[in-house]
Design a protein around this ligand. Structure first.
Ligand SMILES: Cc1ncc(COP(=O)(O)O)c(C=O)c1O
Length: 424
């Protein structure tokens, strides 16, 4: 383990030593990466602390959302539409900007917002000051973005794609052209958190398509963000270096529980700070990506090759689930998903998840609430009241998800589906 850590840190130090050279390098664009950002005027040239002209890197993906909200001038009195099947960090970023979330329900088959659910939320909750819609591509399945974006543009409402789950996914426009998720709206944000296919431990970036918003995000990034401290960066680098050893599916739940125990003692860099978990804005929330994370992101994006495996896994889960009598995750005609997780609805979620934990099987449970949150946080403080999104509530009671990582084989797919079937 120590050898792994020092190897990781040694290569990091070497990279930092050549950092000034790296800043003047244009790094190679692999075909996969080109597809991820296709349609974009990308300049991977001078590495000026961000990945390109319209890409800005942050300590976490949620800060990229916050930057976009600030660039849009969203603040007190404004509302931002988000799906009622999401993570608490979305409404938190909105409330840290001074605005309020407005929850719209999801479509039961895609777990995403649709134009119909947005209109129905606006009608039933009656807000006129909606300034933006966050279009989350849940589990990697693209939402019907083109319809939502053209509806919003006619009303002067900004659109932001949440691509935290959707790196590599695509969307077929009505014209038949395929475009990468993240390039369909005014601005998008991505996450490179641990559980994402391109990971920098924690991290994320904004991809800004609208030139005015781009200017605003640039100003925010340059003037209002701090850099991570050396200690934070060092702790993160140590975690990244030990990560490889800790990703065996058999010890998934053990690692998860150990991680949270260390986090409570302040010994690891957590996904959410203690203040965030209490619903308070951390004093150094607005934070750029460290040069360590950017170095890792560049390397991992240039090498990324996860798409093919994930497309194959989607097919493998479809086949295994269908032959066991479970519903498959249907792909709408406009979508070309590269899934982060494969969701399935079951009747006895609680039982399956606790048995999976007991037996060390890597089956996930997000989201456990329409606004997935730390156990003791009151959803009311996040603006969510029971009954607002019935489909989001049903999905939180029913949905489990299967992993799509590089270590998942046909045998593990069959084993996990059999495990769920035996308990159903
Ligand atoms: C839907 C969604 N959006 C955004 C994020 C934010 O990611 P980050 O942890 O990088 O802030 C997450 C977390 O994984 C998420 O599930």
């Amino acid at each position: 383990m120590i050898v792994e850590v020092s190897k990781g840190l040694a290569s990091w130090n070497a990279a930092l030593a050549t950092d000034s050279a790296a800043r003047n390098l244009s790094f190679g664009v692999s075909p996969a990466r080109q597809r991820i950002f296709d349609g974009q005027e990308m300049n991977f040239g001078p590495f000026e602390g961000s990945l390109g002209k319209n890409i800005f890197t942050f300590w976490k993906g949620r800060i990229a959302l916050f930057a976009i909200l600030k660039a849009l001038g969203i603040g007190p009195g404004d509302h931002v539409v988000i799906p009622g099947f999401t993570c608490f960090i979305l409404p938190s970023a909105i409330s840290f900007a001074g605005a309020e979330p407005l929850y719209a329900d999801i479509e039961p088959s895609t777990f995403n917002l649709s134009l119909e659910t947005i209109e129905s939320a606006l009608y039933s909750q009656g807000h006129s000051n909606v300034k933006a819609i966050v279009i989350q591509h849940t589990f990697g399945m693209p939402a019907d973005t083109e319809r939502i974006v053209s509806w919003a543009r006619r009303r002067g409402i900004a659109t932001i794609e949440d691509c935290a789950h959707a790196l590599g996914s695509g969307y077929y426009e009505r014209s038949g052209v395929r475009r990468a998720t993240g390039t369909l709206s005014d601005a998008a944000f991505f996450s490179s958190h641990w559980n994402k296919p391109v990971s920098t431990g924690i991290g994320g970036w904004a991809l800004v398509n609208d030139p005015k918003i781009c200017e605003g995000v640039r100003n925010f990034w340059e003037e209002q963000c701090v850099s991570p401290t050396k200690t934070e960066t060092f702790m993160l680098a140590a975690q990244v270096a030990t990560r490889k050893i800790l990703t065996l599916p058999r010890i998934y739940w053990l690692v998860r529980n150990t991680y949270y125990a260390l986090y409570r003692r302040g010994l690891v860099v957590g996904s959410s700070s203690r203040e965030e978990l209490r619903g308070e804005m951390p004093s150094t929330y607005a934070k750029r990506m460290s040069s360590f994370q950017e170095w890792l992101l560049k390397r991992r994006l240039a090498k990324c090759s996860f798409e093919e495996h994930r497309r194959w896994l989607k097919h493998a889960y479809d086949t295994a689930l269908e032959s066991s009598g479970f519903p498959v995750f249907n792909v709408p005609s406009y979508a070309d998903p590269v899934l982060l997780r494969y969701p399935v609805r079951i009747k006895n979620k609680g039982n399956v998840v606790s048995e999976a934990k007991r037996r060390g099987i890597e089956i996930g449970e997000w989201y456990t609430h329409p606004v997935d949150k730390p156990g003791d946080m009151d959803p009311g403080t996040l603006g969510y009241n029971e009954g607002m999104c019935p489909e989001g509530e049903r999905a939180s009671r029913e949905v489990i998800h299967f992993p799509m990582g590089p270590n998942i084989t046909e045998e593990s797919v069959l084993r996990m589906v059999r495990f769920v079937k035996d308990l159903s």
